[in-house]
Ligand binder design. Sequence first.
Ligand SMILES: Cc1ncc(COP(=O)(O)O)c(C=O)c1O
Length: 385
Amino acid sequence: MTITYGKQYIDKLDEKSVISTLRSKKLTQGPQVTKFEKVLNKKFGSRYSCAVINGTAGLHLCGLALGWKKNDIILCSVMSFLAASNAVIYCGATPVFIDINEKDFNIDLIEVEKKIKKYNKYKRRVKALIATDFAGNPCDWKKLSLITKKFNVKLINDNCHAIGAKYYYKKNYASKYADIAVHSYHAVKNITTGEGGAVLTNDKKIHDKVKILRSHGVLKTKIKEKPWNYQMKYLGFNYRITDIQCSLGISQLKKLDKFVKKRNEIAKIYRKNFEGKNFFKTQYVKENNYHAYHLFPLLINFKKIGKKKWKLFDFLAKKNIFLQVHYTPIHLQPFYMKNFGYKKGDFPIAEKFFEDEISLPIYYNLSIKQVNKICYLIKAFLLRR
Ligand SMILES: Cc1ncc(COP(=O)(O)O)c(C=O)c1O
């Protein structure tokens, strides 16, 4: 059996849920979308949520709803998926990257404050900060909230990795501390709708705008004499998700706790095998946090050990085990180097992280036997002379 770094888990109840929607009257813009949004609010303690076609669209809608435009600066972690910074560019604003903290691999809070102050000095406005709960490990949201409030900067949680995580024992943290939280339900994420995402917030104004923008910026108001009436208020997009996808989301959400529990069991085995050992480093998790383990990043000092990363990939691939690396630091992507003048050396912590990181397989259906085999094979490869 092929082992990859992430995989969905679909059971009979998921199939039943999707089939019943396929046989229903509405395939899109129907009751399953509204129901999914309701259960999202219940599960994650948000007041409002708006399900969308994918997480990237959700991030784009955040920027549009908050009115990001030319000359606005939006701070983003350089070690994340490039969807957030791309969404900033879609809005015409400028993404400015921040390096990560070498302990928990999340955005560096000291650097965040320094950058905001630096731009304030030049009268350039930092309008928002997008922080990613990297791999599923919550950032220090209390501190981030204090910093952003102090400088009147909006705070977005790119929560795509952390579905099912807890911060200070609370699962409602994402929309509690950030103005907006964004989910992705791509197939490798902790729950899936195939492609999909959602924008969660406690702010009605933001929610109302996101909802209109999700569907072409069109507002339908009921007027007795004009039952056909609809008006386009903003330039929106078609970022609607279907009822078919939402019915899958509803049944997946029922399994989220057990999915994340299993991810934690797998992570425990990886930690037992690699933590505290020479050449290896794992992600620091605060005592009060519950990691959602979308990813399990393991750092291996390949240089010190005298082995090549690609050879480990090759060795495991021959045994049908396919690792990944999350991520190439965004500033080293050709587009960002060319258009924003970034270069190697700009974000040394993220660059070193990239050199050492491998993402170990982690998903609900991965057996403990397979996890042990992965650990054994990695150690055998690295330690053999
Ligand atoms: C951290 C992060 N943000 C945003 C996204 C974008 O989500 P989607 O693929 O649903 O557009 C992803 C997807 O991989 C992600 O990992």
